[in-house]
Design a protein. Sequence first.
Length: 223
Amino acid sequence: MTQDELKQAVARAAIEYVVEGGIVGVGTGSTANFFIDELGKIKHRIKGAVASSEATAARLKSHGIEVLDLNQVDSMPVYIDGADEITPHGAMIKGGGAALTREKIVASVADKFICIADSSKLVEVLGNFSLPVEVIPMAQAVVAHKLAALGGAPRLRMKDGKPLITENGCLIIDVVGMKIANPSELEAKINNIVGVVTVGLFARQGANVCLLGTAEGVKTLKF
Ligand code: 5RP
């Protein structure tokens, strides 16, 4: 099976977690896109969706799914999204698509985080994938120094030869070379640096379920 076929399989499996008549929180990225395409097929069974990025909002709308403003939402049974890495305990690195802050906000409202990922994303220790940190532009240098002091090599994320600007008007620093033995502790430490908007570690509120696409079929990990 190709990686896309594995992503498609987990996206299909995630539909079982969608609650009848409820609002669905939707993540960002290629796996989330497959999920949106599946969600489009059952759109009459949901109230609407909350998007974690403009790209996700546009794809939801293209399927005729109503996109709701998070400020008008009281409850959300599930948030469904991909990950860059996930541990056997449900801690994740996210933010490869630069949407980490909105993803964390939407996920924080949901009762359950359902992570959908192909098996290449499962790791024993987080950190092979560089850790994204969204920062306020004026704090870029000071935050980079503090991240370096924690043991990583900070790199400003670029796009088309210029610093990438997030949908929140901020920058992304990718921290390379960290072996993250204690994701919850590091998440709190980085979130505490003044100038940091969000760190792409989802450990304090990690996944509740991971649907993992493998050659033998979709495996369900519960945390
Ligand atoms: C975007 C994310 C994505 O969930 C993560 O990058 C995984 O993406 P993909 O499904 O394309 O592998 O965190 O900010």
